[in-house]
Design a protein around this ligand. Structure first.
Ligand SMILES: [Zn+2]
Length: 66
């Protein structure tokens, strides 16, 4: 049983949760995923464990390196 931990609209760093996806068939570890939108507009799928940990879709890290 997977449990929904974060509500739609939940914001952390540059990401906002759009939808709870549950576990994906192709993921053999059965992690639960959230569909999130970055401030830059890009849609990404991240695991529950990455909520509050992941800063952005990747654009933020790139900005810091420049
Ligand atoms: Zn981004």
């Amino acid at each position: 049983m997977s449990k929904k931990k974060y509500p739609v609209g939940y914001k952390f760093n540059k990401l906002t949760i759009l939808e709870y996806m549950g576990s994906m068939d192709k993921d053999k570890n059965k992690h639960c995923f959230y569909k999130c939108q970055c401030e830059c507009g890009k849609i990404i799928y991240i695991r529950t464990q990455q909520i509050n940990v992941q800063k952005s879709c990747g654009c933020y890290t790139k900005l810091q390196q420049n």
